[in-house]
Design a protein around this ligand. Sequence first.
Ligand SMILES: [Zn+2]
Length: 120
Amino acid sequence: MPEKFKTFLWIILHNSLPTNHLRARRGFATSDVCPRCNTFSDSISHLFRECNKAKELWRHIPFSHLLRGDTDTPIQEWISLNMRSNRNIKLNTDGCWYESNGIGGFGGLLRNHLGDWIMG
Ligand SMILES: [Zn+2]
């Protein structure tokens, strides 16, 4: 697992991701409201699972049905639960963009925990 991903998970698991909820609690923001939906408190759980924008994103991810737990599961427990799962899927992506003509592209593929190709 890449170090930057481990660091990101550590930040989430230690409730240190600078969401508006955390920033407002520490006096760095005047509001804890989610900047995406402008409705609910911008907690980590809201950011990744509860916000309508997050739900919309999850609906477009073909393997989201493999995730364990639901929105009632505390976010740290939800992450741990899915990290321990032997159903982990690896997503490899790449892309490029030519500034001169504004044309770009991207692609990706999914592999299961054994490295076998799934799609992409
Ligand atoms: Zn939101």
